[in-house]
Design a protein around this ligand. Structure first.
Ligand SMILES: C[S@@+](CC[C@H](N)C(=O)[O-])C[C@H]1O[C@@H](n2cnc3c(N)ncnc32)[C@H](O)[C@@H]1O
Length: 156
C-alpha cells in the first residue's frame, strides 16, 4: 500500500509526509529468502497543520517487543502497542476531539482515546474482535470474556 498512499497524498495532493516505524525486537526469525517482517509503518500526511508534539511523543522510530501478554489478554493477532497509539493521538488531537479507527481490532485506539479524554469511533468487521474491543473498553480481558456467539445463544 505504501507506494499508492504516497502517490495519492504526496504526489497528487501535495501533502507533507512522515513515516513512523515500529521495529519489533522479538519478531519471529523466519527467513525463507526474504527480509524479516519485523517492522510496521505508520504513514502520517499533513497539509497546513501543526502537531501537538512534545519531546516524548515526537519520535519517529520505536524499538519495542511485540506485546505477547496483551496478545494473550485480548486475543488479537496484531494488537498494537497502546503507548505508540497514545502518542499519535496526543500529537494529532485535543481533548474531546473524535478519533476514528476504521479497523479497530481489539480496540487499542479506542482505549487510548478514552484514556486521553478524547471521544472515539471504532469500526470492526469481525464480531469476535468487536466484542473483545467492547469488553476491553469496559475493563474485561480474555479471562472474563464469553464468546459473542454463546452470548447470542443465551439471549435466545
Ligand atoms: C491490524 S488489525 C487492527 C489491530 C488493532 N489496531 C489492535 O491494536 O487491536 C486490522 C483489523 O481490521 C479489521 N478489518 C478488516 N477489514 C475491515 C473492514 N472492511 N471493516 C472493518 N474492519 C475491518 C480486521 O478484522 C482486523 O481486526
Amino acid at each position: 500500500m505504501i507506494p499508492k498512499l504516497i502517490d495519492y497524498f504526496v504526489l497528487k495532493n501535495n501533502c507533507l509526509m512522515d513515516i513512523i516505524s515500529w521495529h519489533k525486537i522479538n519478531a519471529m526469525p523466519l527467513c525463507g529468502g526474504t527480509y524479516m517482517p519485523d517492522t510496521e509503518y505508520c504513514l502520517y500526511f499533513k497539509k497546513n497543520r501543526k502537531l501537538n508534539t512534545n519531546y516524548d511523543t515526537a519520535k519517529t522510530h520505536y524499538e519495542l517487543p511485540i506485546n505477547v501478554e496483551d496478545k494473550k489478554k485480548y486475543k488479537h493477532p496484531t494488537i498494537k502497542p497502546l503507548n505508540i497509539i497514545k502518542n499519535f493521538i496526543i500529537n494529532s488531537s485535543n481533548e474531546n476531539d473524535i478519533v476514528l479507527d476504521c479497523f479497530c481490532g481489539s480496540g487499542t485506539t479506542c482505549v487510548a482515546a478514552k484514556e486521553l479524554g478524547r471521544r472515539f469511533i471504532g469500526m470492526e468487521i469481525n464480531p469476535e474482535y468487536y466484542k473483545i474491543a467492547v469488553d476491553r473498553l469496559n475493563g474485561i480481558n480474555a479471562n472474563g470474556q464469553t464468546s459473542i456467539f454463546t452470548d447470542f445463544e443465551k439471549m435466545g
